[in-house]
Ligand binder design. Sequence first.
Ligand code: AGP
Length: 585
Amino acid sequence: MCSIIGYKGKNAAAPILVDSLKRMEYRGYDSVGVATFDSGSILVRKGTGKVLEVNRNLNIDQMAGKIGIGHTRWATHGGVTDKNAHPHSACKNDIAVVHNGIIENYQELKEELIGAGHTFASETDSEVIAHLLEIHYSSGVKEAMIETCKRLRGNFAIVAVFQDGTICGARYEEPLVIGVANDGYFVSSDVLGFLEYTDKAIFLENGDICIVDNSKLEIFDFEGRPIAHPITQVAWELGDIDKGKYAHYTLKEINEQRLTVVHAGRQDQAMMNKFCDILASAKDIYITGSGTSYHSTLIFKHMLARFGKIRAETVVSSESQYALTSMDRNSVLVAISQSGETADVLDSVRLARNQGSKILSIVNVTTSSLARISDACLSTNCGPEIGVAATKSFTGQLALIYNITDRLCEKCLETERADLAVAVENVVANQGSVIKVAEQMKDASDIYLLGRSLHYPIALEGALKLKELAYVHAEGIAAGELKHGPLALMEKNTFVIMINPHDATFNDTISNAHEIKARGATVVGISDRNDDVYDYWIEIPHLKEEAYYPVVEVIPLQILAYQLALAKNADPDYPRNLAKSVTVR
Ligand code: AGP
């Protein structure tokens, strides 16, 4: 939820830290701060706002020193204030720390520390870490890190700078990765924090502590035992994380979806076979995910049932503790996640694992925690997704789900795979018609999206995009449910989007459109076939393989949400109150 970065090397730290924080801002973005070490002292500058704004006000990138740590915050404990921004210092100002996660026992620790004479400057849970480190610092940095980590309950990734110029990191249930550059080290929540400087990474595991001291690196566990992890070459390139000619990452990522569909098809065949063999031999299949990835689980379930007569149950990850209660060694949990770091998804996996079940995963970040704890993992291969709203990762997930279905169900989807990429290209090129509809809808306060069968998850996904990007009340509804209640809401000034390609669901959904229109609402059709009932028609290409329609239906909805965000002066890349990777419960 927050991003953390540390740097110790031969260059000025502050400009590097500001640049890294800018690249990781999508992880959390209500406040920013940096601490640098220079001439024996630790300097801290921090404030509320986004990276560039806070940097402009405080000249963070001018801070002296070749050693430093930085943070962008997504508030959990304590309001969005300058004082609550990280880094947090202890009483003697000999330590500064940044933290991602939640310290569950912070109240108890805080009382103990106040009792021992410590004074707190913020309302955050994170500040206890700085004071605990300070207590143990007299025994050395290593001891301080070990003793502090042992006292913390909850989940944390920590980076700290000490008054002797040492940088340390620790990880428990939150990601932390070391970047190994020719002239220094990085400790970051994300490879995007240092990709501009190095593509060599060491992924820390739960319970690891690292110390960068006089340009050497030491890794050990919470008991102080040394640990060796390999250096991994990161596959992503710098070009992948630049906006290029686009005004926003979200727009760039929407436009990249032709390639997404193609790249998702490029799978390691041995891994694909392993994934499918485990799936095929399962007695029970559960599929889980959060947000957009949950909508992919619904499509996956549908595909397995329709083409393989394979029964699977979907579970929204945050509900898994109530739903994943009767798994065993013959069960399989398929976890779908762009980031592979979503706490709710990782909790589902732990729950399933504890019951002996196998874990399969579909991720975009192949170095993520989820990828590493799965029995088999497939990658959507769509490159870094920076916009907080999932766009290309969703179509990547769908394209991969088609591959898996095709492999499991004896080439049931052989037709038109190449044509799907062309169809996606056409939809992306047809943004003008969506922009016209967006102009009509810019003042709408309620938007309903209706679809049946495979199109219902797209109604849900479209509503999610409209909520998070355009801050408009939007609801996805199974079209057949209209008469069971939602029809009461249809009146003048209500907008209803019918997701209605010309397949077996077409006529029933057209009937719903008439019922809605008769109540005075405005009807928008997303379809390959026009109809008189539509007030506005967003045309999508006709596809021979009906199962592929969700990919071309969702893109106009992404564009619509993006356009409505612009009309409201909202920043589509950084929707208010949200973070890209939700690593807290
Ligand atoms: C999607 O637009 C959202 N930002 C969010 O719902 C997201 O899909 C969800 O948090 C799950 O993330 P994941 O795929 O990285 O697990």
